[in-house]
Design a protein around this ligand. Structure first.
Ligand SMILES: [Zn+2]
Length: 319
């Protein structure tokens, strides 16, 4: 077995690339670049190629010591052909990423989505280690999830299973980025909380979060956490509301799939413990009694690295 693999987590704001030791899952070196999606897909490819070259030269490793390159991307993915079909967050459409990187480095290339790679990372070396039956939920700009059953990710008929963010929690509810109304993501994501806080501020509500805001910049998870530590009424109200919806979504998963474990991750979960604790408590309370008693909750353990580590193991999928 070759000792190393390269994992790439391609997101709307950054591209994280890592050289991963396949035996230990350790990240030996990483490179982070801004996505700058407005510059187009060619620029994204250029940054990925430069990043891979940097990983190899920094650790003086030849491509013959690398078993594969794994890429996890936001958006809809054609896994078999390694194509990003549509990723609005990246402004990439029909991007033949596998073909391009294979030509460039003459290595096997595997492509998956961003939640899938994070779940694989947690499964192999994080909170899901030793468990072959769990659901991973990541809360950030959106709400994404991956279902692991018998140790394998469930992809569904069109490869889109696990879209918990687009389960409908309010029939006449808020418009979601996907075009539908009342999706969980429009209520429980960090962006949803941000919009609620901003809307209230515009109406003249007072909040200490104003002290952290910078013009033109969005509200971050750490600003939310700082405001909660100061028991800010508005922020507490918006976060509590989001956790009410998220816990409903999680209770539905518990009742519907009956997993052993639910792993929660993403910026908002990592930074805001109040949100995590409140959500899991309510999710248990809203679930049917039998699964509610047994369900286990854990926070994701690998943070930013879960995606790159998981991407390095996409090759185990075999396609
Ligand atoms: Zn939606």
């Amino acid at each position: 077995m070759k000792k190393y693999s390269i994992g790439i987590d391609l997101g709307g704001t950054k591209i994280l690339m890592a050289l991963v030791d396949k035996e230990t899952g350790n990240v030996l070196y990483h490179v982070k670049k801004k996505t700058k999606k407005h510059k187009g897909p060619d620029n994204i490819i250029k940054k990925m190629v430069e990043g891979i070259e940097e990983l190899l030269s920094e650790k003086s490793i030849n491509t013959d010591e690398i078993s594969s390159i794994g890429v996890g991307s936001a958006g809809q993915i054609d896994r078999e052909n390694g194509i990003i079909i549509a990723a609005p967050n990246l402004e990439c459409y029909n991007l033949k990423i596998k073909e391009i990187l294979t030509k460039q480095f003459n290595l096997p290339v595997f492509v998956g989505n961003d939640v899938e790679i994070a779940a694989i990372g947690e499964q192999k070396f994080g909170a899901g280690k030793g468990c072959d039956d769990f659901v991973c939920i990541f809360v950030g700009t959106g709400v994404g999830s991956a279902i692991v059953k018998n140790g394998k990710i469930i992809y569904g008929a069109t490869g889109t299973a696990g879209e918990i963010g687009h389960t409908i929690v309010d029939l006449n509810g808020r418009q979601c980025a996907c075009g539908a109304h009342g999706c969980l993501e429009a209520y429980a994501s960090r962006s949803a909380i941000e919009q609620r806080i901003e809307g209230a501020l515009k109406k003249g509500r007072k909040s200490c979060i104003l002290e952290y805001l910078e013009p033109g910049k969005s509200i971050t998870s750490s600003m939310i956490q700082k405001s909660i530590e100061r028991e800010d009424e508005l922020v507490l109200q918006c976060v509590t509301e989001a956790s009410e919806y998220l816990s409903g979504g999680i209770a539905s998963i518990i009742n519907f799939i009956n997993p052993k474990l639910i792993i929660l991750g993403g910026g908002l979960i990592e930074a805001v413990d109040y949100f995590y604790k409140k959500t899991i408590k309510k999710a248990r309370a809203k679930s049917l009694p039998v699964p509610a008693e047994k369900i286990e909750f854990k926070k994701a353990l690998l943070g930013d690295y879960s995606g790159v580590i998981g991407a390095a193991f996409l090759e185990d999928r075999g396609f």
